[in-house]
Write a protein that binds this ligand. Sequence first.
Ligand code: ZN
Length: 304
Amino acid sequence: MLLYTHASCLAHDAGPGHPESPSRLHAVLEALSSDRFSALDRIEAPRVSREQLARVHASGLIDEVFTSAPQDGYVRLDPDTAMSAHSLEAAQRAAGAVCAAVDALIDGKCARAFCAVRPPGHHATRDTAMGFCLFNNVAVGAAHALARGIERVAIVDFDVHHGNGTQDIFWNDPRVLYASTHQWPLYPGTGRPEETGAGNIVNVPLARGAAGAEFRAAFNGIILPRLRAFAPQLLLISAGFDAHRLDPLADLNLVADDYAWATRELVAVAHDTADGRVISSLEGGYSLQALRESVAAHVNALLD
Ligand SMILES: [Zn+2]
């Protein structure tokens, strides 16, 4: 299994006191440094190309991200989303990681990859950076897979927030199934079950306080059957861990074992339809303890 990351993703700084902090990725990498993960093949994430970005992002957004990063201090792209000196490279490496993983899996080098990157991506729409996200890493990767000849890509997003950006980008694209569990109502406000795109969008909102039983019921009752019916040739995971009970930004009550369970179920689908190919990319998760436990459980389940 491949592990993509880059030092610039640790250097991206969204401002003092910002919850999307470098310490998040330090915690993730620390969790993956234990002996049980010694078999991970650690790879430096390359920069995404402009051509890869342009498949899903408007040139205006690409130009904005390329030109906004200041030498010193911070520049805000929206009330929650800021860039500093290393942010452009971090955004390029984060999206580049998913594209490189797509290439590695399509070329048969491996069946599974985890991208330990930041900034996250799933709130970035075709033309707007928002919600801590600059480029939509997973969407850029999905579009790269389509460009490489994959016919059906599924994206499962279990971050506690709805991936409005991913939904926006693939709203009219039946080659991509986007399936999300998320707390609702919550930022960014999208993600109702009625939002179905071209029949390729599956939103399963969870009420405040929902725990593992409701999460697993959403997977067993809706997400997994839709996924099996779609029969993806590649499965991407928008892996946010902010539905954990310790997370300070939301009010769901998942534990690490729920992430392990969901990951095993997704790997099982991938084995049946996608030659086992799964790429997971870090999205949110703002409790360092929850991140350590949940990422370890998630990556361990990807390894099995
Ligand atoms: Zn989130």
